[in-house]
Design a binder for this molecule. Structure first.
Ligand code: PMP
Ligand code: GLN
Length: 381
């Protein structure tokens, strides 16, 4: 077998969901909403399924979805994107990440990653033969240290892969941090692969600013989005990449040998969804930030150190004040088995030498579910 896959563990999200099911726990582990996204989007998909055609759509994606993605780039970020050559539809952001890393990274290339990192990044880079160079941001504010980032870049750096807004830290990178990343990419002639699946799940007046909008970055950056997150339809697995044709061209070659395409009815419905008015996008963020507040208040009262959360589906919490010990993996096992609440150990987001004092709760759940989880925790702790 390929050594990258020998001994690789099942992803923590699947592991925790299986445990949650086995123990009848409230699942605040894996990040998915417990209410499906807008009915009109689902109806559009259902109608497209019945009306057809249900045959292979174009490899790059349905023209109407590529147009919608290009329009959204203009509408939200002022980016001019050519839908013919600068948009690729993928089966989820996960496929987009895989296609990007497989096609842009060659054996021996260095890829700068910011830790804690989304769990597929390291195996993808290693599978491509790349060398992961990790830079750590540290709690509670998860600031990016300038000297550490500079030290991570070298003449072997092929790309930086960043997740902004960031899972699990719920951090939105500041303009200064993005500016620094941009400067280093230009200085070292590196690509930027930007996983921006949480671009619309940003709270408290923060605004998502794609790295691609920074001076000199348009030609060396790809942005990855996910309809799963933007429309609360995580099972659909419709993703999209925006970037210069020179980068998308090789990425499309990886896509053609991976999935080749994505179900046409879902693409059609996502094209419709992207055009929704501002009140949809604002409503999504407002709903989520209210849930964040509800859960944060309850968790704080139980002794969790709830870290700042500007975006995403997730609250990261220190467990030192809860009596759960200082090992996040053990704490999550105890919580799922004995308290009936599933969370995710934050150490799963590190390649090695992880801090062990933090766990992640997912808050995109119905209020009654959040309350039930808090009630279970308060009975146990
Ligand atoms: N990137 C990040 C940071 C994520 O949290 C997730 C999980 N939803 C993905 C990518 C994968 O997105 P998709 O479900 O569209 O493959
Ligand atoms: N992105 C989700 C999370 O962070 C998990 C998606 C998955 O299970 N692949 O919880």
């Amino acid at each position: 077998t390929n050594p990258v896959f020998t001994g690789i563990q099942t992803t923590v999200f699947e592991t925790m969901s299986r445990l949650a099911m086995a123990h009848g726990a409230v699942n605040l582990g894996q990040g998915f909403p417990d209410v499906d996204g807008p009915e009109d989007i689902r109806e559009t998909a259902a109608k497209a399924l019945m009306d057809g055609p249900n045959q292979y759509p174009p490899m790059l994606g349905l023209p109407e979805l590529r147009q919608a993605v290009a329009d959204a780039n203009k509408r939200f970020y002022g980016l001019e994107i050519d839908p013919q050559t600068e948009v690729l539809v993928t089966s989820g952001a996960t496929e987009a990440l895989s296609d990007a890393v497989m096609s842009l990274v060659s054996p021996g290339d260095e890829v700068v990653l910011i830790e804690p990192l989304y769990d597929c990044y390291l195996p993808l880079v290693e599978r491509a033969g790349g060398i992961a160079v990790r830079v750590r941001v540290t709690p509670p504010h998860w600031h990016l240290d300038e000297a550490a980032l500079k030290a991570a870049f070298s003449d072997k750096t092929k790309a930086v892969l960043i997740n902004n807004p960031m899972n699990p830290t719920a951090k939105v990178f500041s303009d200064a941090e993005l500016g620094l990343i941009a400067d280093l990419c230009k200085q070292h002639d590196a690509y930027a692969i930007c996983d921006e699946v949480y671009e619309h799940l940003v709270f408290d007046g923060h605004k998502h600013q794609p790295l691609m909008t920074f001076d000199g970055m348009r030609e060396r950056t790809i942005r990855i989005g996910s309809a799963g997150k933007t429309f609360s339809l995580t099972g659909w697995k419709v993703g999209y990449i925006t970037g210069p044709a020179s980068m998308l061209d090789p990425i499309a070659k990886a896509h053609q040998w991976t999935t080749f395409t994505t179900p046409p009815n879902l693409q059609k419905a996502v094209a419709y969804g992207i055009g929704k008015d501002d009140s949809y996008y604002q409503g999504l963020a407002d709903d989520l930030s209210a849930k964040r507040d509800r859960m944060a208040k309850g968790l704080s009262a139980l002794g969790f150190e709830v870290l700042p959360c500007a975006a995403t589906y997730f609250l990261t919490c220190g467990i030192a004040g809860t009596g759960l010990g200082d090992n996040d993996v053990e704490a999550c096992e105890i919580l799922v088995k004995d308290a009936g609440v599933a969370a995710v150990p934050v150490s799963a987001f590190y390649g090695s030498d992880a801090p062990t004092g933090f766990i992640r709760f997912c808050f995109c759940k119905q209020d009654a579910v959040i309350d039930e989880a808090l009630e279970r925790l308060s009975r146990f702790l």
